[in-house]
Design a protein around this ligand. Structure first.
Ligand code: SAM
Ligand code: SF4
Length: 360
């Protein structure tokens, strides 16, 4: 006999079929999923929402991911690389405004000069913040030595999305060359975990060729990998990328949005004590998208504190929100939004993943 959604939600563990059913749920069933995930969130991570000041410090990238607006082959992009002083200024802003943590994100580069520069920057940020600012980095695939170097310099969290746990699907959305390999991505995630980073991953939701089975497997992958943090968001097409050719085959933006919320809700029930970010891409579809994600399971939000002059050049997808707001406006706006979502900002706290602490 087929289980009802209520019965599935009462279980401790989900099978892949259960997850698919939850991801396909609608109306009253979808509501029941969100009620359960909100309860789990409140019980295990509480009302606190943690800020990660996001600095998108460079859009220079050697990779050519077929979905990304700043891929190396997109010659229409104005490339930038924010000066170290500007990055430090943003770090100071985050520290003074009690953000607790900073995220340094950029396109992927691995030349020695770049590696050394990041190492110095990390040390400098630790120094100017009296070691009070937590640091997450998201700079793509690197060697284990580089990850170790950056860890020793002060970074303690790393975000590297698997994009899809299905190797065939991964290969369809990346160029067919050695620079883009699913195995390498998995090895990178393992290295990060072995070094001791709080390790974060995630997937895009609604990419061409993706099935409900794929998404259920993605959640199971995160659980099996014992991941500490997750950031997943809807795929949003960009007309200067090869993936744009499939735009007519995509589900509607509204459906990608609903599906992302359901992915977050199911993951919160599966991995009760991890950190889950409310992705900016949600807000590109629904002005209150990030607040909705906070209500049903997410507990991390990443206000953009990149200098406004460069924000418009970090366009991974079209209609990216908040590209013309200064860091101050961003904070005020966030505060109001989090209050609206019945959250409490964990000012000045690192907001580490409880899961990471629990598995030490
Ligand atoms: N270069 C690093 C990397 O790839 O890990 C960090 C920056 S990259 C822009 C961050 C994330 O942006 C990627 O992991 C990908 O999931 C997401 N992204 C890229 N293009 C996107 C798109 N068109 N829609 C939604 N998310 C996208
Ligand atoms: Fe570069 Fe990251 Fe975009 Fe891929 S997703 S092209 S690695 S910035």
């Amino acid at each position: 006999m087929t289980k009802t959604i209520e019965q599935i939600l009462q279980q401790d563990q989900f099978t892949k079929d259960d997850i698919v059913r939850l991801l396909q749920s609608k109306d009253e069933d979808e509501k029941a999923l969100f009620v359960k995930s909100s309860e789990v969130k409140l019980m295990h991570v509480g009302k606190n929402v943690h800020f990660r000041g996001l600095v998108e410090f460079s859009n220079i990238c050697k990779k050519d991911c077929l979905y990304c607006g700043i891929r190396a082959s997109n010659s229409a992009v104005n490339r930038y690389d924010i000066a170290d002083e500007e990055i430090l200024k943003a770090a100071k802003f985050a520290h003074e405004n009690k953000y607790g943590s900073l995220v340094l994100q950029s396109g992927e580069r691995s030349d020695q000069k770049f590696i050394d520069r990041i190492e110095n920057l990390l040390k400098e940020i630790k120094k100017i913040s009296n070691n009070e600012l937590g640091i997450t980095i998201s700079i793509g695939e690197q060697t284990k030595e580089t990850y170790q170097k950056w860890f020793d310099a002060g970074a303690h969290r790393y975000l590297l999305r698997i994009e899809s746990s299905n190797k065939e699907l991964y290969n369809k959305i990346h160029p067919n060359n050695e620079e883009h390999s699913h195995e390498t991505r998995l090895e990178c995630l393992k290295s990060l975990q072995e070094i001791g980073y709080q390790t974060g991953t995630g997937v895009m939701i609604g990419i061409p060729f993706q099935t409900y089975d794929d998404l259920a497997n993605d959640l199971i992958f995160m659980q099996n990998f014992d991941i500490d943090m997750v950031g997943m968001g809807p795929f949003i097409e960009h007309d200067q990328t090869p993936m744009y050719q499939y735009k007519d085959q995509l589900m509607s933006l509204k459906d990608r949005f609903r599906l992302t919320l359901k992915m977050i809700a199911v993951l919160r029930i599966m991995m009760k004590d991890i950190n889950i970010a409310s992705a900016t891409a949600l807000q590109a579809i629904d002005p209150l998208g990030r607040e909705k994600a906070l209500r049903i399971g997410a507990n991390i939000i990443m206000p953009n504190i990149t200098p406004t002059s460069e924000r418009a050049n970090y366009l991974l997808y079209q209609n990216k929100p908040c590209i013309d707001e200064g860091a101050d406006d961003c904070t005020n706006c966030m505060e109001a939004r989090i209050n609206m979502a019945d959250g409490v900002i964990g000012y000045g706290e690192w907001g580490d993943s409880k899961h990471y602490k629990n598995r030490q």
